[in-house]
Design a protein around this ligand. Structure first.
Ligand code: ZN
Length: 292
């Protein structure tokens, strides 16, 4: 299987093992502002193409199930609602000021490296994915969440999730790993498992090494455990987005010129340890883009 073939032993900077780690304007620096939404509703949409490799197209509902898990949690102790809009033809991720922005979920089907010339200016500009509708990240990465936020306040403006269907075989079955027991219900790279992790990034979570967290950066073929949101990530929702209260910035209270002053207090965050992480399997990671 492709997923097995791409198993890598990756050496990465260690992640804090706190129950959860908030994403920061400066990644890993807990003295910099944490990223968060300060609006009551996040509208999101799926690309109408879905994953053309899948038939029937169970990926749409699998993504919805992942959002539903987060919604259940936010309904219990948070202050955000997720609302899915209609399928859209849009294929561009990122944020355009005064543009038509969606919080988009899409599958990229081809690797940019396979047909975009190395001298193409899009590589340096970071625009290849949108320009050619292709996967421009590492082959070993399952999915990427691109979050655009205000650099001063950490307030998130837009977040898009891209799946790497150029390299990985996505499935929605709940059976044994396909590498062990191939069959119609076997699990290769599970859509819901992957989406639950990426939505964690969307709401402002970074990776943690905490055992059992959905925000562990590595994933093995056939993994389904990240479909269920762990207690640490749940705590993040309850603390950062308190039910009936204002979303919590950290470490500085937010004064947004457009939105007026917002109260805030420091939430639990994590410094990064210098321990090296030996991660088996593919890496799911997030990207951030600040705007002023
Ligand atoms: Zn990740």
């Amino acid at each position: 299987m492709l997923a097995l073939a791409s198993w890598v032993v990756a050496l990465a900077l260690g992640q804090a093992s706190d129950p959860y780690v908030r994403s920061r304007v400066v990644a890993g620096d807990s003295s910099s502002q944490a990223l968060f939404w300060n609006q009551p509703r996040i509208d999101w949409q799926q690309s109408s193409l879905g994953n053309p490799n899948m038939n029937p197209h169970t990926e749409f509902d699998a993504v919805r199930e992942a959002f539903k898990s987060w919604q259940t949690l936010f309904t219990r102790c948070g202050n955000l609602d997720f609302a899915e809009g209609p399928l859209v033809d849009a294929r561009k991720v990122g944020f355009t000021r005064d543009g038509d922005n969606q919080n988009l979920v899409l599958f990229r089907m081809t690797r940019c490296k396979s047909f975009v010339d190395a001298s193409d200016a899009c590589w340096k500009a970071g625009t290849c994915a949108n320009l050619y509708d292709c996967w421009d990240d590492e082959d070993g990465t399952l999915a990427v969440t691109l979050t655009t936020y205000d650099e001063r306040s950490g307030i998130i403006r837009d977040s898009d999730i891209s799946f790497n269907a150029a390299t990985y075989t996505f499935t929605t079955g709940s059976g044994a790993p396909c590498v062990l027991v191939p069959g119609p219900n076997c699990a290769s790279t599970d859509v819901q498992n992957t989406a639950t992790h990426e939505i964690g990034h969307l709401v402002g979570l970074d990776h943690t090494r905490a055992a059992g967290s959905i925000m562990n950066r590595s994933s093995s073929p056939g993994e389904l455990s990240k479909r269920v949101i762990d207690s640490g990530s749940s705590e993040f929702v309850c603390v950062t987005y308190p039910k009936g209260g204002m979303s919590q910035s950290s470490p500085h209270p937010v004064v947004d010129l457009e939105l007026g002053p917002k109260a805030g207090c420091a939430a639990a965050g994590g410094g990064f340890s210098a321990l090296a992480l030996l991660g088996l399997g593919v890496l799911a990671r997030s990207r951030r883009r600040g705007v002023r």
